[in-house]
Design a protein around this ligand. Sequence first.
Ligand SMILES: Cc1ncc(COP(=O)(O)O)c(C=O)c1O
Length: 393
Amino acid sequence: MTDTSRQRRAETNLVHGGTMRSGFGETSEALFLTQSFVYDSAEQAEARFQGDEPGFIYSRFSNPTIKMLEDRLCLLEGAEACRVTASGMAAVTASMLCCLSAGDHVVAARALFGSCRYVVEDLLPRFGIQTTLVDGRDLDAWKAARQPNTKVFFLETPSNPTLEVIDLQAVADIAHDVGAKLFVDNVFATPLFQRPMDFGADVVIYSATKHMDGQGRCLAGAVLASEEWISDNLHNFLRQTGPSLSPFNAWVILKSLETFALRVNQQTDNAEKLVDLLAEHGNITRVFYPHRADHPDHAVASRQMERGGNLIAFEVAGDKAEAFAFLNRLEIIKISNNLGDAKSLITHPSTTTHQRLEEQDRLALGIKQNLLRLSVGLEHADDLWDDLSEALG
Ligand SMILES: Cc1ncc(COP(=O)(O)O)c(C=O)c1O
């Protein structure tokens, strides 16, 4: 990567960033669907393994298509280094396990995606890593939870599904005070609207399955951090344990990134229109959208997010029965736990993404039986509103 390309705007980097052309001079990024690479000589193989000569060795840990995706994501995030993985959860798990050992301590925000809660609450303690969950918006709670052995602070903002917004700079300062690193799952905001490293985050994690693919095809994950952190921690962990992304899936996501800004901006335009209409509807009791003035964390959201994104949460009048009846009446908007897709998708978090939590834990997170999470897609906003308003009655 050159300094010149780093100064280009996101839209340009999304189209050109990281592209490496083969000797054929292809326009579109090439798909290197190969497991391994051949060497001109035994000496060259030895030099590659010793790290004395640059070049690819084996696709479990290095591949030209994968490298193009990693370099493009670095430019988008403004990060020094990136590694991609087979899924978002592989990215979360690897970024934790690569740098933590028995006897370490992690503080995490309570409002996490269900599988991230599993990693923090169930998996890490099995290996002797202590964890504490806090209300992510309560800065005193982060301070109080710190211990001399705290190594990682982990949060997502906006959170899944209630779109709580956490003050990244304040939490980063509290973590750094005790030498801990701040890990941010930035899936909901996307790197287009929020760059956590600008607010002190050390490690940024994505499910590239979501907006980056954005067309419902491939699972993928990404971890971005400093060159030093990646080479000291993540690189070797991924190389030896192998949660690798297929070059085919990396290629699909590379091509998708070309339209990422167009898609995410249009989805956000649609979300802004719909959330205002939903807020005024008689059968909706509450809406949650970070860039609306009635959002409890609106001040923080306006400071650290350029736009509110394409996710909306709302409560329908009634309970689970009314929420289910509404979902079952929708025609254009599909019932699915996924998000970030070109298709509008809606889910009932209590019985899907967060079903593994106890009801009292869900309620502590504001996940009531009448709460729904809508990922707004690329359909015409008027058609989406017709669908929502007809289903609401
Ligand atoms: C906030 C968040 N983090 C992580 C993940 C995990 O990503 P993946 O499904 O790609 O493993 C998801 C969604 O599944 C998510 O919504």
